[in-house]
Design a binder for this molecule. Structure first.
Ligand code: SF4
Length: 345
């Protein structure tokens, strides 16, 4: 069927300013020509190191940021397609009910001076959906649904643990019954012991509310457990995109191979030191990506004269069924993965 979201050639540039008068000396291409779709009801993972542009991409899709160019075509409940990329603030309002964001940090994203009732109820008020007693009833219902007792709704965020605050965050996102949720590192700031609980909650809520997720994370173990498909981002572009089991078992881009090699796999035969592929630590400056393949400065397979030729950046192309990769040498390389068989989730 038609995707709920169809992103085409999206770009997000930020000016780099210098000096007393803030003269623009260049641009950071935080997102540099990204295309992908998300089907209704699926979870698409977006992975990559910090600085790869995944958060900026998520915020552009939610139109918290205005993209520099490209299309963000959203298909609404009535089937009508709208390009959100160019809409102004007023026109965006109805879509901000359909597309909601769950932010990473459950500590800074909740206003310490607002009670849970105010925090979770605010979107209902802002979108003119409910007020007064009805609003309170809906907040109580949603808090219960995310595993919090409504009797705490007049308390302030400081009274709650990180996991509980993330439940509040989720309740605030879902109270208006969105269709697409952009979850930006939703469990990264949490203790390992509560991560699984929050992931399970997100999974249950997806079924119950018929949600579609764009799940942003640097943690490949988390992504593997929750996503149907995964897009790997490097320096503002998608390096590889495939079904989760396929991507983890048969990576076709050297960057994906390196990321996977660092994922802890519960197999005693594989010790970390034996298989981790070292990539140089520092990400190149996104204002000045390397010419040719932008991964060539860190790629262990890079071939001079092929991979570093200015103007010949590898395009994201089909390398298998529903499998895309952007590497000149992908057909010649035999890449390794610690995930040898597709694992059931
Ligand atoms: Fe590595 Fe070359 Fe492929 Fe880029 S194009 S990922 S540098 S092998």
């Amino acid at each position: 069927g038609d995707p709920i979201l169809d992103v085409q050639d999206l770009a997000m540039r930020f000016p780099v300013k210098k000096g007393l008068f803030g003269r623009t000396v260049g641009h950071v291409h935080a997102v540099d020509g990204v295309s992908f779709t998300i089907q209704q009801g699926e979870t698409l993972g977006l992975v990559g190191e910090s600085g790869c542009g995944k958060t900026t991409l998520g915020r552009s899709v939610a139109r918290i940021l205005e993209p520099t160019s490209g299309q963000i075509v959203y298909r609404g409940r009535d089937g009508a397609a709208t390009d959100l990329a160019t809409l102004g603030r007023r026109q965006l309002r109805p879509f901000q009910r359909d597309i909601r964001v769950v932010f990473q940090d459950p500590f800074s994203s909740l206003n310490p001076r607002m009670t849970l009732l105010q925090i979770v109820g605010d979107p209902l008020r802002a979108h003119g959906i409910a007020a007064g007693g009805e609003l309170e009833d809906r907040v109580a219902e949603m808090l219960t649904r995310v595993g919090l007792s409504p009797k705490y709704m007049r308390r302030y965020p400081h009274a709650f643990s990180g996991g509980e605050r993330q439940r509040v965050n989720i309740a605030r996102a879902l109270i208006v019954h969105p269709r697409l949720v952009i979850a930006d590192e939703p469990v990264s700031a949490l203790d390992v012991s509560v991560r699984a609980q929050i992931l399970n909650l997100l999974w249950d809520l997806q079924d119950e509310f018929d949600l579609t997720y764009l799940f942003i994370s640097h943690d490949l173990s988390v992504v593997e457990s929750i996503c149907d498909r995964v897009a790997v981002m490097y320096l503002g572009r998608i390096a590889e995109l495939a079904q989760t089991a396929e991507l983890y078992a048969r990576p076709r881009h050297p960057y994906t191979e390196a990321l996977l090699s660092a994922v802890p796999v519960p197999d005693p035969r594989l010790r970390d030191g034996d298989r981790r592929i070292r990539i140089a630590d520092d990400l190149p400056d996104p204002a000045d990506p390397p010419p040719g393949c932008r991964f060539h400065s860190r790629c262990r397979y890079a071939e001079p004269g092929t991979c570093d030729v200015p103007g010949s950046e590898p395009a994201l192309g089909a390398v298998g069924p529903e499998h895309l990769a952007a590497c000149h040498l992908t057909d010649r390389l035999t890449l390794q993965s610690p995930f040898d068989a597709p694992r059931s989730r």
